[in-house]
Design a protein around this ligand. Structure first.
Ligand SMILES: CSCCC(=O)C(=O)COP(=O)(O)O
Ligand SMILES: [Zn+2]
Length: 211
C-alpha cells in the first residue's frame, strides 16, 4: 500500500513544538549530554523525530526530521538511534500522537539500584495528570526492560508486552531512562513531567525508608 504524504506545514509546526518541548525537558535536567529523543506523529505513515546526537538544551527546528513508520528517513538527516522505539508505538496504537524519551537521574538510579523488572506508582494525586487516569486511587506499573544496543530487539520486546496488555502510558529501560507517549505533544509533556516528578519522589521515599 502506498504511503500517505505528510504536509510540510504540519512538519514545520511539529518541529517547532518538539524543539521547544525538548528545551523545556533539558531545562528540567532530564536530557543531559545529548541524551533523549522526542517525536510527533504527522499522519498514519510518517513522524517527525529528533536527529541523532543533538544537544537538547539548544534544540531547534533544524534538528528535527521526518521518518516513515519503518524508521527510514523521509527528509535530510540522521534519525535518532532509538527511532524504532518511537515508530513501534505509532504502529502499535493509532491513538499515539507523541513520544518522549528522557534520561533522568531518578529513572537511572531506581532501575540500577533495584533489580525488579517493574516499578509501581500508587496512590499519588499526580497520577491524574496521565491520560485516562481519573483518581489518585490508581496503580501504574512501569515495566523495566534490560538495556541493549539492539534497538530493534528492544522494540520487539516492547511490542510483545503491549500486545499482551502489560504496558500502559510508559516503560523504563534499566540504567537508561523512560519512554512515555500520549495522544498529543502537550499531553505527553504533562505526562512526562508527572512521571519524572513521581520517580524523583519514589527515589526519595526509598532513600528515607532505607529499603
Ligand atoms: C548520549 S545518550 C546515548 C544514546 C541515547 O540513549 C539517547 O537517548 C540519544 O540517542 P540519539 O541517537 O537520539 O541522540
Ligand atoms: Zn536513550
Amino acid at each position: 500500500m502506498s504511503q500517505r504524504p505528510f504536509s510540510t506545514s504540519a512538519f514545520r509546526e511539529a518541529a517547532r513544538g518538539l524543539a521547544a518541548t525538548g528545551r523545556r525537558i533539558y531545562a528540567n535536567g532530564w536530557s543531559p549530554a545529548t541524551s533523549s529523543n522526542y517525536s510527533q506523529r504527522l499522519n498514519e505513515d510518517y513522524a517527525a523525530v529528533t536527529c541523532s546526537g543533538k544537544d537538547k538544551g539548544l534544540l531547534n527546528e533544524g534538528d528535527i526530521m521526518v521518518v516513515d513508520m519503518a524508521g527510514q528517513p523521509a527528509t535530510e538527516g540522521k534519525p535518532s538511534a532509538e527511532t524504532l522505539l518511537h515508530t513501534q508505538l505509532y504502529r502499535r496504537q493509532a491513538q499515539v500522537g507523541a513520544v518522549l524519551h528522557t534520561h533522568s537521574h531518578a529513572s537511572t538510579v531506581l532501575t540500577m539500584h533495584w533489580p525488579a523488572n517493574s516499578l509501581s506508582l500508587e496512590g499519588y494525586e499526580l497520577l491524574k495528570a496521565l491520560e485516562g487516569i481519573t483518581t489518585h486511587d490508581s496503580r501504574l506499573t512501569l515495566p523495566v526492560f534490560e538495556n541493549t544496543q539492539d534497538i530493534a530487539s528492544l522494540a520487539d520486546q516492547v511490542d510483545t508486552a503491549m500486545a499482551d496488555g502489560r504496558i500502559s502510558h510508559a516503560y523504563l529501560i534499566r540504567g537508561h531512562g523512560l519512554y512515555t507517549w500520549a495522544s498529543d505533544l502537550a499531553a505527553c509533556y504533562r505526562q512526562l513531567e508527572a512521571l519524572e516528578t513521581l520517580l524523583a519522589i519514589e527515589l526519595d521515599r526509598r532513600r528515607l525508608s532505607g529499603v
